[in-house]
Design a protein around this ligand. Sequence first.
Ligand SMILES: [Cu+2]
Length: 453
Amino acid sequence: MAAASVSRVAMAALPEPVFQSSADTMAPLVPSSGRPYNPVVTLNGWTLPWRMNQGVKEFHLVAEPVVREMAPGFKAHLWGYNGQSPGPTIEVVEGDRVRIFVTNKLPEHTSIHWHGQRLPSGMDGVAGLNQPAIQPGKTFVYEFVARRPGTFMYHPHADEMTQMAMGMMGFWITHPKTKHPLIDEVQRDFCFLLSSYDIEPGAATPKVAEMTNFNLWAWNSRVFPGIDSLNVRLNDKVRIRIGNLTMTNHPMHLHGHEFLVTGTDGGPTPKSTRLYEVTTDVAVGQMRQIEFLADEEGDWAFHCHKSHHTMNAMGHDVPTMIGVDHRGIAKKINNLIPDYMVMGERGMADMTEMEMPIPDNTLPMMTGEGPFGSVEMGGMFSVLKVRRDQKPGDYKNPGWYKNPPGTVAYEYTGPMAEPARFKAEGGQSMPRKEKSTSDTVVKVKKPSSHSGH
Ligand SMILES: [Cu+2]
């Protein structure tokens, strides 16, 4: 009797969960209650609406299996929150009291850890240590005050290997309540999480036991060419917040501009620590927020600098064939094995042109048509688009940059000069040991065939 009445009260108090079915980048959610702030834009994501309940911001997260379109033509069966992986971004203001209802619709228990937050130990979300795990079908309540402004994330702390490999994660932003000496106002504020998956070509569900050999490198569970561009107005001050929930580091590289690292998940960085850079490494479990003045018009690549992270599945286990003339071989082998494909005798770029047959629900390894041809990218790659005529607050993709005449690299068609080759060998600080005059002889002993093995 008592238990029934308690649960009825709890049900009545539960805010209605909001779900998202689209992987499009949603417009920033301008706060309708509470202190005002400049909302963020979650790349290919959205911000979770809240309910004000007697001064408390109430959110409702539902942990559940989801279908995430990782790029057009490729859908993955992941786990996430409220219809998507990653889950919705949570945006609050420093000093807000926040109550988060978490309903578990997964086939196994879960919990949520609020990465980087100052909160009571019992709200930190490590299942078994800080709380009992949330069993399937149950709803738990987390409540704390968002004490520090900054860039944070949330993710399960129960069967983490499976649940994070399946895409369970989300962004959390605590905006400063008043002007903060180390937090500048910006016109555009983007955020995304780095995640990686191992989904066999033709399959849809990640292999969760994978430790190192991931084949999909994602921003917000999207891969190039499925990652939306970051569209800004010329001379906007831009902030990009990045969190890394993969199992390796990602040197994030921006073209055309220098940026400062203005914050980590530890909070805003002291000004004395800020260096102008064009690449910043985001290590495992870290968050970085970068800021720059977008004062160069154009289309600027923004990507992870590990070249294997800007390609999609099938990029591994491919032998290097550069310099090997195997023309004609493919055709001969094709008579024996119909789908056989020889890869890249002049480099891998051939592969984008070959349009090799790939299984259904699989992305090409390198793809993406730009205004001048194939971009030959995949994975963690997008474009910062800086435009003079982009309206304030307009996040629409303006299309390709129209380069002013005379500002595009072009082909030289004049006479070729005689090559002048430099003759000298490189110097050496110390002489090498005299080479031995006799060749090294390697004797190979064949295993005897009658060893009984
Ligand atoms: Cu990377």
